[in-house]
Design a protein around this ligand. Structure first.
Ligand code: PLP
Length: 392
């Protein structure tokens, strides 16, 4: 072997990362920052964060934990009081009768999902995922050297979920990623649809990786945790986050629920990836769980108001948009600008300084759309709509 090829062999990354990409969302964020740095006003609809600040009690709980020297290593799976409180929450709100040893605290929902895919998928496995999907998911699947197999959500809901899943399932299919409410479409699967997916998983002996990041943001219909359905708890890894419900995106805390043998795998993965979540953050999360249902309802009403204003405005302007039943995104068609969503989003940003995310970023089933987040102030939504009106 010559010196050049020896070097090429050394200076390369592990093969399992070859197929793993970076999100295009970062590119848009950078462009927005550039425009702002140049003194321009940007109508920012590209984000994915709650519009309100972390509640004061949660911040105070973090300060108190620090003052009380709760600053040392915690059990890598999470402090006992938090796991006990999560058991209560899961029983009451998700109808999942779990025990504390079936709950593990993670560095946000993203870490819970990363560990879940690593725990279940082998190189060469297939993993079904409804598409359009939250961008990192396909890369998390590829990072295990498994293959993401895209299930077109809208078509499946129209022509039958079971039949669509049936067509896409292979002898290699090992798992289904199931996200409700969905990012980016705002789709909330109905109970009947959850039952269909559950029955399919049982019939084909598949594991379900359930992403419930937006569980508290359902405007129409109900949130059904798929693990609460009969015979599903043992074959589901359910993932949650404090990010969206409590405006704690930067705190990096979430959790997962699983039974054996998956929980042992999750424990190993959490231990060797992060060795757990910052101890003070866990104590603060415990206080987040004490916030009242009234407060959640109040927030939900504020989101609903924003959704209605944005979606009505988009439809009036001629961007056809279904009313999303959950999460905080609208996903209108932009084909009147361009069938290429990257071009449409670039046009909106360059000409009107309206920042959105091209639908193609969420899989080919997202093409022809852009994602708007309505998790912003009502004034910002109105100003953004005014800017869009200049197009017509
Ligand atoms: C569908 C979905 N799942 C999970 C997450 C994970 O969020 P985090 O890692 O902040 O908890 C997000 C964040 O945007 C999301 O949109």
């Amino acid at each position: 072997m010559g010196a050049t090829s020896a070097r090429a062999g050394t200076f390369r990354i592990a093969k399992r990362l070859d197929e793993v990409g970076f999100s295009d969302i970062v590119v848009i964020r950078n462009k927005v920052m550039e425009l702002r740095a140049a003194g321009q006003t940007v109508h920012a609809f590209h984000g994915g964060e709650p519009f309100f600040e972390t509640p004061e009690v949660i911040k105070q709980a973090l300060f108190t934990a620090a003052e009380e020297n709760k600053t040392r290593y915690a059990p890598s799976s999470g402090i006992a009081p938090l796991r006990t409180a999560l058991v209560e929450k899961l029983r009451e709100r998700n109808r999942m009768p779990v025990t504390a040893d079936q709950v593990i605290v993670t560095v946000g929902g993203a870490h819970a999902l990363y560990c879940a895919f690593q725990a279940v998928l082998d190189p060469g496995s297939d993993c079904l995922l409804f598409s359009p999907y939250w961008t990192p998911i396909a890369d998390m699947i590829r990072g295990t050297q498994a293959r993401p197999v895209f299930v077109p959500t809208a078509a499946a809901r129209r022509s039958g979920i079971t039949a669509t899943l049936e067509q896409l399932t292979t002898p290699e299919t090992r798992a289904i990623y199931y996200n409700t409410p969905q990012n980016p479409s705002g789709v909330v699967f109905t109970r009947a649809e959850a039952e269909e997916v559950a029955d399919f998983a049982k019939r084909h002996d598949l594991v379900v990786i359930s992403d419930e990041a937006y569980e508290d943001l359902v405007y129409d219909g109900e949130h059904v945790s798929i693990a609460s359905l009969p015979g599903m708890a043992e074959r589901t890894i359910s993932t949650y986050t404090f990010s969206k419900s409590y405006a704690m995106t930067g705190w990096r805390i979430g959790y997962a629920v699983a039974q054996e043998p998956f929980m042992t795998a999750m424990r190993k993965l959490v231990l060797y990836s992060t060795n757990g979540v910052a101890t003070m953050v866990q104590w603060a999360a415990l206080d987040a769980l004490q916030l009242t249902a009234e407060l959640r309802q109040k927030r939900l009403a504020e989101y609903r108001e924003r959704r209605d204003v944005l979606v009505n405005g988009l439809n009036e302007i001629g961007f056809q948009c279904e009313l999303p039943a959950g999460a905080f995104y609208a996903f209108p068609s932009v084909v009147k600008l361009s069938g290429d969503s990257r071009k449409a989003a670039a046009l909106l940003l360059d000409k009107l300084h309206v920042a959105t995310i091209p639908g193609a970023v969420f899989g080919s089933q997202g093409e022809g759309h852009v994602r708007f987040s309505y998790s912003t102030s009502m004034a910002a939504i109105q100003q953004g709509l005014d800017a869009l009106r200049r197009l017509t």
